[in-house]
Design a protein around this ligand. Structure first.
Ligand code: FES
Length: 183
């Protein structure tokens, strides 16, 4: 399949979001630039929020690089994601102060409660977990952020309560949405 034909066909799809069209223009504009593979992967992630299989196929055909090699590059660099981000972004601090105050227990809790480690998204799509070097409030160690909110002095029990509260909030929002749709 010629990727240019495929790209033009896709561009004519009526409801294609602008950001995704942006990725497809980048496929044409950046294909011959130095480091085009990384540039195109970055463009795909910016457009889709992650790198979907179809973007890998486009890039593979355009640059004549086997998809398996592209997967290798994606998994090598931590900046790239193969799954969409969860609805709630959790940043767990693994800096020195948090490390000595048992941030490890929080990571275990995320594994037990959400089934995820750093860099992963929960199966229900509600949570993504990232690690950071310092959140700038070391006196509250161990610290995490859930979206824009900081939570400090955590232990497993407090963290479990916190995650439960977020889940309940999401459930309420979901029920409200369903109720509004039913009216
Ligand atoms: S080391 Fe965790 S907030 Fe600074």
């Amino acid at each position: 399949m010629n990727p240019e034909i495929d790209i033009r066909t896709a561009e004519s799809e009526e409801k294609e979001p602008t950001a995704i069209r942006g990725f497809k223009y980048d496929l044409i504009r950046k294909r011959n630039q130095n480091g085009s593979l990384i540039l195109l992967l970055q463009s795909a992630q910016e457009s889709y929020g992650y790198i979907p299989e179809k973007a890998i196929c486009y890039i593979s055909e355009l640059l004549s690089i086997p998809a398996a090699d592209i997967y290798g590059v994606i998994t090598f660099y931590s900046q790239f994601r193969l799954k969409p981000m969860g609805k709630n972004l959790i940043r767990v601090c693994e800096g020195t102060a948090c490390h000595v105050n048992n941030a490890k227990a929080l990571l275990e809790c995320f594994r037990d409660e959400l089934g995820i480690s750093v860099g992963e998204t929960s199966d229900d799509g509600l949570f993504s977990l990232q690690s950071v070097a310092c959140l700038g409030c070391c006196s509250l160690a161990p610290v995490i952020m859930i979206n824009d909110e900081t939570h400090g002095n955590l232990d497993k029990t407090k963290l479990k309560k916190l995650l439960k509260a977020v889940r309940e909030k999401e459930l309420c929002a979901c029920k409200r949405k369903e109720g509004a749709a039913a009216q």
